[in-house]
Design a protein around this ligand. Structure first.
Ligand code: C2E
Ligand code: CA
Ligand code: CA
Length: 762
């Protein structure tokens, strides 16, 4: 026997039973069977086979509960077939009577099946769903009842009175029809893990066996036959096939529930059927006509209720759809806003700005793009905290928006960078002057008055521009404004691009300059007032560039700071200074400079290894640490995160610390409290040049007063004339540095100077 046969043996057996009974009944129509019990024997066998199939299908964990209910139903079903057999052939004469016990079993089967169906997780949930289902079920019952009555029972009054089975049979058939309707419904709604084809088989089988049941009255002249002989094996085979079908379907993702159709044709079919029945009953029997009319009216009423419910449902559905759409739109608006606006200030963001600029460029408009960056924002952020920084950004945003007016777009690019897009017709100069003035006004943030300035770079659109290029030019111009000291606006100039290119080239050359020996230190004497005898020297770097000649540190130190090379370069300078100091000490003894000052950048202070490197250098060379003085600027201390802590560690090593260029940066006296400062270097702008007037004098005088209070030495920088030296000495300064006493010079030249002053003193 092929494998296929064994796999389908149970189904085949069920089918053979149905075929056998069909033959039995067909032959029985013409030939009276003397042993009618034989025809009944197949019924319990079919029931048992169906039960077995359901029990096997219940192994599938997803639908276990459903098939367990069916297994139980199968047991009742088999019991019902036994009862049915006894009713028919248990007595002395074959009978078509169905006893209440048998009816009970069959109804229990149907009830279990309905229960199993209604408990499937995938359908009817809401009360409205249940109501709709109830109405549909009522319609099915009324319609089928009317049909059955019309087609069979009506014409078989004799059978009805003889067997007394009319009511039971009607009940079984109606419930079977209800089962059919439910199967159909579940088939449409989707049945979770249940195989859809299995449901369809059950629906079809249920309908067929209920229709076969309706044949009973026609068999009334042949008491040894019964409609059960066909209806029951068909029902058994149906369950058998469905269970196998499901067991074979294998694990599969349940099909997504299809949206239930809001308009079903069921009510219309029901009305149509009753209308046909109403017409076909004719006017013969008034009772019957009345009954049919009542049925028609009842059905019409049900249909109306059903339609009203559907209408209300639809309206409610429309309402929710509207609400969802509204919500969706609001959400969409919010997303668009978020995508195009800056969350902190509510200003337009970079993406939106670029779109706007693109639009203007596409229109061929002439306009200006101004990039604004706050000066020293990082210092505010670090010293006063991020929330104050955020407030400053917000205040600036508000100020910009107020000045801008309607025709100017204000955007925030991130950080402390803002962009203004101004129409070409606008008087840009006046507007930008107001911007710089307004943004630079003191801002009260959380009770702290913060002063900032803004640097602005401006450029005008050209044909063929793209947003990125415009922003780049504004950026270059902004950096030029920053380099000029900040608080000003610069227009973009093509020379700036060249300068930027040039700077990039120079930065690359600087890395090679160190190993190639193009860099060397000079030493500028620091002297004691009033006599001018050198007490120390500051190391100042120079670059002998092969093409450009001798370059001062202002041209290349900022480049090295920008690309980080300063860390390596700074270490090299320190090594040179220490080596030179050791040599002087060994060779000159007492005449050697008491102090060697080395400039240290923010980037070096930020490097956590810095202190250890200095300590190692001192240990290796054997140089006394107090000889070495490190000069740091206020800005470097404020900019580097670890600065104050590192300075304390350096101080602990025995080094001396000088605060360089004092008075030029964001001077805050509190820094003097935090930092272990030994020396204050008063910037040359206070000593000479621009601020040498009354204000400069006042500052110079006051500074010396408080360095005394703090026990700090003051060194006046940039002393060029004897008059300045005299005034400084009079004000109380004891140390100075400047061209008057000596320019930055070679080590040998400094040695000579030391020798000259030493012999002069002698
Ligand atoms: P700085 O530390 O303030 O150095 C003093 C600057 O003033 C030097 O300029 C010096 O030549 C100049 N100077 C001294 N006396 C006078 C004077 O009487 N009149 C005028 N007008 N200027 C005077 P230099 O050598 O061009 O150095 C500029 C800056 O470069 C230095 O300013 C310092 O900040 C930085 N620098 C120099 N060498 C190094 C270095 O090795 N490392 C780091 N990080 N920075 C360095
Ligand atoms: Ca210095
Ligand atoms: Ca200085």
């Amino acid at each position: 026997m092929p494998r296929w046969f064994w796999a389908h043996a149970v189904e085949l057996a069920g089918a053979v039973l149905v075929a056998a009974n069909l033959v039995w009944v067909l032959v029985g129509l013409e030939h009276e069977w003397s042993y009618p019990v034989i025809g009944w024997l197949t019924l319990p066998v079919g029931g048992a086979l169906a039960t077995y199939a359901c029990w096997k299908a219940a192994r599938d964990p997803r639908t276990r509960r459903f098939w367990r209910h069916f297994t139980l139903a199968g047991v009742f079903f088999t019991a019902g077939t036994v009862g049915n057999t006894i009713d028919a052939v248990g007595g002395p004469q074959p009978s078509q009577l169905i006893s209440p016990v048998t009816v009970g079993f069959y109804l229990a089967v149907l009830a279990l099946v309905l229960w199993a169906l209604l408990r499937l997780p995938s359908w009817q949930r809401s009360r409205a769903d249940w109501t709709r289902f109830g109405l549909d079920a009522l319609m099915v019952l009324i319609t089928v009842g009317a049909i059955v009555w019309h087609l069979t029972l009506r014409d078989h009054q004799r059978w009805v009175t003889q067997t007394g089975s009319a009511a039971s049979m009607l009940a079984i058939m109606l419930v079977a029809c209800l089962g059919t309707a439910t199967f159909v419904k579940v088939g449409f709604a989707g049945a979770g893990g249940l195989d859809r084809r299995a449901i369809h088989i059950l629906a079809g089988g249920c309908a067929l066996s209920s229709a076969l049941g309706g044949l009973s009255p026609f068999l009334s002249p042949l008491p040894y036959l019964s409609s059960s002989l066909l209806a029951v094996p068909v029902a058994a085979l149906t369950i058998n096939l469905a269970a196998h079908r499901h067991a074979r379907s294998g694990p599969r993702v349940p099909a997504a529930r299809r949206p239930t159709r809001k308009i079903t044709i069921l009510p219309y079919v029901a009305v149509a059927v009753t209308d046909v029945l109403l017409l076909s009953t004719g006017t013969g029997d008034p009772v019957e006509t009345t009954a049919m009319q009542i049925v028609a009216v009842a059905l019409t009423a049900l249909v109306v209720v059903r339609q009203i419910l559907a209408l209300r449902d639809n309206q409610r559905l429309l309402g929710t759809v509207d609400a969802h759409l509204d919500e969706l739109h609001r959400y969409q608006d919010k997303l668009t806003h978020q995508a195009t606006h800056d969350s902190l200030t509510g200003l337009v963001n970079r993406a939106m700005l670029e779109r706007h600029v693109e639009g203007l460029l596409a229109d061929g408009a002439r306009f200006h793009v101004a990039l604004l960056d706050l000066d020293d924002f990082k210092v505010v952020n670090d010293r006063l905290g991020h929330h104050v920084g955020d407030q400053l950004i917000n205040v600036t945003a508000r100020r910009l928006a107020e000045i801008a007016g309607e025709r100017t777009l204000v955007a925030r690019l991130g950080g402390d960078e803002f962009t203004l897009v101004l129409p070409g017709s606008e008087d840009v100069e006046i507007l930008l002057a107001r911007v710089i003035e307004t943004v630079g006004a003191p801002a009260d943030l959380d009770g702290q008055v913060v002063l900032t300035a803004a640097s602005v770079g401006v450029t005008t659109s050209r044909p063929g521009d793209v947003p990125a290029e415009l922003l780049r030019r504004a950026d270059v111009a902004m950096y030029a404004a920053k380099s000029a000291g900040g608080g000003v606006r610069h227009w973009f100039d093509p020379a700036m691009d060249e300068a930027a290119d040039d700077a990039a080239r120079l930065a690359a050359e600087l890395r090679r300059a160190l190993p190639e020996g193009q860099l060397f230190p000079l030493y500028q004497p620091i002297i004691a007032l009033p006599g001018g005898e050198p007490i120390g020297a500051e190391v100042l770097l120079r670059w002998q560039h092969p093409d450009r000649g001798l370059l001062g540190p202002d041209t290349f130190i900022p480049l090295a700071e920008a690309n980080g090379f300063i860390v390596e370069l700074g270490r090299w300078v320190l090594e040179q200074a220490v080596r030179q100091a050791v040599e002087w000490r060994d060779r000159l003894g007492d005449r050697a400079p008491k102090r060697i000052s080395v400039n240290v950048s923010a980037r070096q202070l930020e490097d956590p290894r810095f202190v250890d490197q200095v300590a190692a250098l001192l240990a290796e060379s054997g140089l006394a640490p107090e000889i070495l003085m490190l000069e740091v600027t206020e800005t470097a201390v404020l900019a580097a995160d670890l600065a104050v802590e590192q300075l304390h560690r350096l101080k602990a090593l025995g080094l001396r610390i000088a605060l360089d260029d004092f008075g030029t940066g964001h001077s805050s006296l509190s820094l003097l409290m935090d930092c272990p400062v030994d020396v204050l270097k008063v910037d040359k702008s206070f000593v000479s040049g621009a601020t040498a007037g009354r204000a400069g004098a006042i500052i110079v005088n006051n500074l010396i007063g408080f360095t005394d209070d703090f026990g700090i030495d003051a060194v006046a920088e940039g002393v060029e004339t004897a008059a300045q030296a005299a005034r400084l000495h009079e004000a109380g300064y004891r140390f100075a540095q400047g061209y008057l006493f000596g320019r930055p010079m070679s080590a040998a030249a400094l040695e000579d100077l030391l020798t000259v002053t030493a012999s002069a003193a002698a």
